[in-house]
Design a binder for this molecule. Structure first.
Ligand code: CP
Ligand code: NVA
Length: 307
């Protein structure tokens, strides 16, 4: 049966590990496998802006022997005249997989429903699971393991990154902490799902409002923009609300001495993170950005083997 990757808990812990292990192999030899040789085409659709996702999918598909077809919804029928379901029925006749960056998670679910090719979430309002594969790969490269590590995400707890940390960290058996103002806490259903997945995998989930309590003694500190794509109208209100959650040197001092700092980028230095932290020694953001390529290639190989 066709497998899709719409949210982080679409993978079991064993499957997540398989993909991360394959990413390590592909990072050693970028051209080791060519499942798309032919070449087969992968459609990569964007309703929102992108640098890393666009480039890493385009380069990754080419590395695997395939041909990327980058589509901007502004110039397509999707989102205007045509439903995700009808678009998928057309694309599946011509492409080997569909990668889509969009707003509503429900659009991805409609796209995946009844489609014979894998559908991959390249970021929605709710989740950013491809980024999390790259983040987990990066953390594992620097710490040797994931299980048992404690990671804190600070800022917008209802954002795609926070909610993906909850689910992907839970699958990995990590202890995931989210620190946010109460009004920006993660969706209760995502917290419930992550709590159940964490319990089954030896991890845990905890919500905080106090940033110092949340980073106390942790292995990994993560943040992201306070103004995600689609939230631009709320910028002033968000900046006023999130001020206490800036990751600066003083806050990092409460984490372990060798704690890692991650940020999916793009970053607003001076807002969610101080320049001294994101550009400092504990930051692994460039490895994290590069790992988008290796992790997504591994994901595509894995999904295509099951398609
Ligand atoms: N991190 C990330 O997804 O970056 P882009 O928006 O540039 O793709
Ligand atoms: N949370 C951010 C991630 C960007 C890669 C956004 O959705 O804009």
């Amino acid at each position: 049966m066709t497998r899709h990757f719409l949210r982080d808990d679409d993978l079991t812990q064993a499957e997540q590990l398989e993909i991360l292990d394959l990413a390590v192999e592909l990072k050693k030899d970028r051209y080791a496998v060519k499942p798309l040789a032919g070449p087969q085409t992968v459609a990569v659709i964007f309703d929102k802006s992108s640098t890393r996702t666009r480039v890493s999918f385009a380069v990754g598909i080419a590395d695997l022997g395939g041909s990327p077809l980058i589509i901007s919804t502004a110039n397509s029928q999707l989102g205007g005249k045509e439903t995700p379901g009808d678009t998928a029925r057309v694309l599946e006749r011509m492409v080997s997989a569909i990668v889509w960056r969009t707003y509503a998670q429900s659009g991805l679910e409609q796209m995946a429903l009844g489609t014979t090719v894998p559908v991959v979430n390249a970021l929605s309002d709710d989740f950013h699971p491809c980024q999390l594969l790259a983040d987990l790969l990066t953390i594992r490269e620097h710490r040797g393991t994931l299980k048992g590590l404690t990671v804190t995400f600070l800022g917008d707890g209802a954002s795609n990154m926070a909610q993906s940390y909850l689910l992907a960290g839970a699958v990995a058996g990590m202890n995931v902490r989210i620190a946010s103002p109460i009004a920006y806490a993660p969706a209760p259903e995502v917290v419930a799902d992550a709590t159940a997945v964490a319990a089954a995998n030896g991890g845990s989930v905890a919500l905080f409002t106090d940033p110092v309590d949340a980073v106390s003694g942790v292995d990994v500190v993560v943040t992201d923009t306070w103004v995600s794509m689609g939230k631009e109208d709320e910028k002033a209100e968000r900046i006023a609300t999130f001020g206490a959650y800036t990751v600066d040197t003083a806050l990092m001092a409460h984490a372990k001495d060798d704690a890692l700092f991650l940020h999916c980028l793009p970053a607003d230095r001076g807002y969610e993170v101080a320049a001294e932290v994101i550009d400092g020694e504990q930051s692994v953001i460039w490895d994290e950005a590069e790992n988008r390529l290796h992790a997504q290639k591994a994901l595509m190989v894995w999904l295509l083997e099951r398609a």
